[in-house]
Write a new protein. Sequence first.
Length: 94
Amino acid sequence: MNTQLSTVYKLVYVQWEDSCGATARWQYLDESSAERIICQSVGWLVYDGKDCKRIVPHLGRHDTSDSRDQGCGDMTIPSKAILRIQELKPKTTR
């Protein structure tokens, strides 16, 4: 990976709360359960706003001078849903 990208964006671990449900059939309400899901994601923090954070697990850039950063698999997480966020330090290679 181009080392410049890893210096521009922070690598983070995010623990966040998500909703659960969306059944595809009719069901009796007393037979359904209410639960929450705790999710874990790792990616490069490309947007760090007050209302949301956006992480991308895959980054790339062509080796040309006019190339722009690219990403794949981005996820935007509402800040209110984030339980924990921790910066990770990638190991440097020789």
